[in-house]
Design a protein around this ligand. Structure first.
Ligand SMILES: Nc1ncnc2c1ncn2[C@@H]1O[C@H](COP(=O)(O)OP(=O)(O)O)[C@@H](O)[C@H]1O
Ligand SMILES: [Mg+2]
Length: 200
């Protein structure tokens, strides 16, 4: 379960300008729930996803994932918790240019405890997103749509229970929608919880 209580993220810009990207938000997402966050550009969707995923520290309030306060953990445990529980699909694929596609997909396993059959899993995920023949290519040799699908495979490699996908479900190239819709019959593959941010 994801639980946000009175969560705010305010940015103070130069001068006295205060941007309330997220303001005093209570939000609960149950296990197995598929939640979509919809709002216009600048309304705080990306900020909210990064708060849920522990990438951004709230200026106020608490964020708990399965009862764990992410900001109560030390750095090492926070990184591991994130790597094992949460898969991120960022709005921009942000693959590492010097690693092959396969190594990009494998990368998050370095931060998790499970290291079994990593190559096999990564290949399986590349196959799932239709890119099994691109494992040895470099990101620059792929189209942006293909890079997005690699980013989805990367988000799933640790078998996360939560997938946070930013501006992704509505993007036909990302593969996220296919995963959510078709994966409904495949308990193995389907992440329990998907949070999503949709651009308007
Ligand atoms: N690092 C930052 N510093 C200052 N303001 C920020 C920062 N990140 C986001 N914002 C501001 O917070 C608001 C919400 O941004 P964001 O969460 O990216 O919105 P969305 O994803 O819905 O388009 C915007 O006004 C944006 O300018
Ligand atoms: Mg955004």
């Amino acid at each position: 379960m994801i639980e946000l209580k009175s969560v705010s993220k305010h940015y103070r810009l130069s001068g006295d300008v205060l941007v309330k990207a997220v303001d005093d938000l209570d939000l609960t997402i149950q296990d197995g729930e598929f939640a979509m966050i919809v709002g216009r550009s600048g309304s705080g969707k990306t900020t909210l996803l990064s708060l849920i995923g522990g990438l951004t520290r709230p200026t106020q309030g608490s964020v708990r994932v399965d009862g764990v306060d992410l900001w109560g953990l030390d750095d090492a445990n926070q990184s591991r918790f994130r790597a094992e529980k949460i898969g991120f699909v960022f709005q921009i694929p942000s693959l590492l240019p010097t690693l092959t596609v396969l190594d990009n997909v494998k990368l998050p396993t370095m931060f998790a405890r499970q290291h079994d059959r990593v190559g096999e899993k990564a290949l399986g995920l590349l196959q799932m997103v239709g890119l099994s023949e691109k494992g040895h290519a470099y990101p620059s040799q792929l189209s942006v749509g293909q890079q997005k699908r690699v980013a989805l495979a990367r988000a799933l490699v640790n078998g996360p229970e939560i997938v946070l996908a930013d501006d992704s479900y509505g993007d036909p190239h990302s593969g996220t929608r296919q995963l959510c819709d078709e994966g409904a019959n495949d308990g193995q593959r389907r992440p329990q919880r998907v949070s999503e941010s949709v651009r308007l």
